[in-house]
Every structure is written in structure tokens, then in C-alpha cells.
Design a protein around this ligand. Structure first.
Ligand SMILES: Cc1cc2nc3c(=O)[nH]c(=O)nc-3n(C[C@H](O)[C@H](O)[C@H](O)COP(=O)(O)O)c2cc1C
Ligand SMILES: O=C(O)C(=O)c1ccccc1
Length: 364
């Protein structure tokens, strides 16, 4: 029986080729940042309020004017086709079965965005943008997305090149012949190996936001902000939203867990634009902690690959349903009727108990 996202991860690992599993799960360098993302959530306790009449918690949230059924979206992840042959088509179908749960489709999706859009139901689709050296490729992808009904652009700003993922280097990981960037094919684009430095534009600066504005009317979010100072610069550059992210620990190893930097960024943003966070969100209560510390919503990355690997579209639906059930369970037990009831008071940091002088640490 799969009752947690961890159960899905274990089932997925048993089914997947070990090198593909490593590509999914791995981080850069010593994977300290990867570990920090998950650990950060274990450093907060919840502070419930009882007898609040919160019998049926309402998990809906509004982001950029659009209702989401829960404050959780799907982070952009390249090549869902490594987890399931239908790839992003299955992800969109499985997500749409739940309702309005946003899906951020990677520039490196394994399926064509028009095919993904055909499955979308009530799902808000966003396009993740890697700004390539050849801007005409990026531009034509954005135009296609806009025509297919995508609702926002998410510019990834933490990847002038892909990080040093040692697992992929040791495995000499290469994409299987039947997996590739379906939306870049025919544009003469060469797939970067997981460790290659080619093709991304490494020289971007904040003027790229103006360039995006010049090619599209869609709202622009930036993904990969880790300091309050950069959040302020992003707002100065006119972005419509910010995603606090360290790319799931896959880029710069040695940065903190995203939840650790969230308060600093929430301070700098001060509610001016929607603030999202990704990295290590694996339980309903993680969502509550992120919202208490200043996020408006979160994104999940790897778990969606696990759902796909285990059961395609249905696996994605089942996995998201677990997250939704855990969230409503935690909200109800915390006395939260709506997400608007969440305040910073909902959490307190885990601190070790002060030792009683003379008492044995393990003593009664
Ligand atoms: C296999 C894999 C591929 C990814 N591909 C992309 C990508 O194409 N674009 C992007 O902006 N982020 C990409 N990411 C990062 C995710 O969007 C997200 O930041 C990260 O996975 C969140 O952490 P989580 O996996 O702990 O939920 C990828 C992550 C993984 C695991
Ligand atoms: O962005 C990533 O994390 C990633 O793994 C990737 C790999 C190849 C192409 C594009 C993205």
C-alpha cells in the first residue's frame, strides 16, 4: 500500500533503471543542498489551535488571478518521458483529474506542448523557460505556448549551465534514444548532456526580463531566487512572481535549504508579488510550514516523476491525492478552515530541550 510520497519514491526506484533513478534523485556536488531542502522542514513544529470548528478545510488559493484547488503545483522537470512513455501528456492528464493544479512544463519536456495542452482540463499551464543562446528558439517556443493557452512564463535563473551532478558523470548518463526535447527538435538544438555547458545562454542579466516582455504578454516569474537582495532586484525588474528554489539541489551545492531562506525573501517581497517555493516538499504539513513562513504556494518536482513511474497518469493523480489528504488532515488538526487562517504563529522552530542540571540525558 502506498500511503506517503516516500512510498511512491521506493516503488519508483524499484522500477526504474538505476542511471535514470540517479538522474532524477541526484544533486550537485556532495548533495548537501539536496539534503538540506528536506531537513529544513524537520526544523519546524506546528502549533495547532483547537475547537475552531475547522471540520472541512478549504485548500483553495488564488495565484495571478487564477484559482488553484490546492497551494501546490508541479515544478518544471525535464523529460517526464524518462519515467513513463507518455511523459508530460500523462502528467497533464493525471493532474487534470484532480482539478486545478498548475503544471509548469519544462523547456526540455519530452512531449510537445500542444499535446500536453490538449489534456489540460482545468489545469493552469505555465512554460518554464531556459533562455538559450539562440533566442529565436526560445522565442518560438514561447509563441507556441501562448498559442496553446499557456498562462505564464517561469524563467529559470539559477542555471547559466547545468550543475556538476556527480552521479550522472560517474554513470556517464545519456538520454535513451527514444527520449529527447520534443519541443526543440528540428531547431538544430543539441541536447546538453547532464554535465555539458553548451547551448544555455550563460551571460544573462536582468534585462532578460525586458526581452521576455518584448516577446510575450504573459506574466513572467523567475525561478531560482535565494536571497532577499535578488528578490528585490527581481521586483525592480518587473517580474510578476518569484519561485524560491535551489533547483532541487542540482545546481550550486552549498546553498541553504529553500525553507531556510524563505523568511528573508518573504520580507523583501512583502506581498508585492506571489511567492512560491520548491525543494523537498514531501508531506501535507510541509506545505503548511512553507505557507506559515511566507510562501503563497509550493511546487513539487521529483515526486511527480515517482507517480509517473509507478502508474502513469493514475500514479500522478494518486500521488497528488495523498498530498491533498495530508494537507486537509493537517489543516483540520491545526484548526485551519482556510489557508488565509495561516499566520507565522502556526510554526515554531525545533529547539533541543534545555538539559536539567545534573539530570541524565536519557533519565526520566
Ligand atoms: C530530473 C529533474 C529535472 C529538472 N529539470 C528542470 C528543468 O528543466 N527546468 C527547471 O527550471 N528546473 C528543473 N528541475 C528543478 C525542479 O523544477 C525543482 O526546482 C526541483 O526539482 C524541486 O525540488 P524537489 O524535486 O525536491 O521537489 C529539475 C529537477 C529534476 C529532479
Ligand atoms: O534542469 C535540470 O535540472 C536538468 O536536469 C536538465 C537536464 C537536461 C536538460 C535540461 C535540464
Amino acid at each position: 500500500m502506498r500511503l506517503t510520497l516516500g512510498d511512491f519514491a521506493r516503488s519508483a526506484e524499484a522500477r526504474l533503471d538505476p542511471a535514470i533513478w540517479d538522474f532524477f534523485e541526484g544533486g550537485a556536488g556532495e548533495e548537501r543542498t539536496l539534503a538540506a531542502n528536506a531537513q529544513a522542514f524537520d526544523r519546524w513544529w506546528l502549533r495547532p489551535s483547537v475547537l475552531r470548528g475547522a471540520d472541512r478545510p478549504e485548500t483553495a488559493v488564488k495565484i495571478l488571478g487564477r484559482a488553484w484547488d490546492l497551494p501546490v503545483g508541479i515544478a518544471p522537470v525535464a523529460f517526464h518521458t524518462l519515467a513513463h512513455p507518455l511523459g508530460e501528456i500523462a502528467t497533464a492528464r493525471g493532474t487534470a483529474a484532480l482539478g486545478s493544479v498548475p503544471l509548469v512544463v519544462s523547456t526540455f519536456a519530452g512531449r510537445r506542448i500542444e499535446e500536453v495542452a490538449a489534456q489540460r482540463g482545468d489545469v493552469p499551464l505555465w512554460l518554464q523557460v531556459y533562455c538559450l543562446r539562440d533566442r529565436s528558439i526560445t522565442r518560438s517556443l514561447i509563441e507556441r505556448a501562448e498559442n496553446a493557452g499557456f498562462e505564464a512564463l517561469v524563467l529559470t535563473v539559477d542555471a547559466p549551465h547545468l550543475g556538476r551532478r556527480l552521479r550522472d558523470l560517474r554513470n556517464d548518463f545519456r538520454l535513451p534514444a527514444d527520449v529527447g526535447p520534443a519541443n526543440l527538435a528540428g531547431d538544430g538544438f543539441r541536447v546538453p548532456a547532464a554535465h555539458a555547458r553548451a547551448e544555455f545562454d550563460p551571460g544573462l542579466d536582468w534585462s532578460v526580463v525586458d526581452w521576455l516582455r518584448s516577446v510575450s504578454a504573459l506574466p513572467v516569474l523567475v525561478k531560482g531566487i535565494l536571497t532577499g537582495a535578488d528578490a528585490a532586484l527581481a521586483i525592480g525588474a518587473g517580474v510578476d512572481g518569484i519561485v524560491v528554489s535551489n533547483h532541487g539541489g542540482r545546481q550550486l551545492d552549498g546553498v541553504p535549504g529553500t525553507l531556510d531562506v524563505l523568511p528573508e525573501i518573504a520580507d523583501a517581497v512583502a506581498g508585492r508579488v506571489p511567492l512560491l517555493l520548491d525543494g523537498g516538499v514531501r508531506r501535507g504539513r510541509d506545505v503548511l510550514a512553507a505557507l506559515a513562513l511566507g510562501a503563497d504556494a509550493v511546487l513539487v518536482g521529483r515526486p511527480v516523476l515517482h507517480g509517473l513511474a509507478v502508474g502513469g497518469a493514475e500514479g500522478v493523480t494518486d500521488l497528488l491525492t495523498i498530498l491533498l489528504d495530508e494537507l486537509t488532515d493537517a489543516m483540520s488538526l491545526c484548526g485551519l478552515r482556510t489557508l488565509a487562517d495561516i499566520t507565522p504563529d502556526l510554526v515554531r522552530p525545533v529547539t533541543s530541550w534545555p538539559a536539567r542540571p545534573g539530570a541524565e540525558r536519557s533519565g526520566a
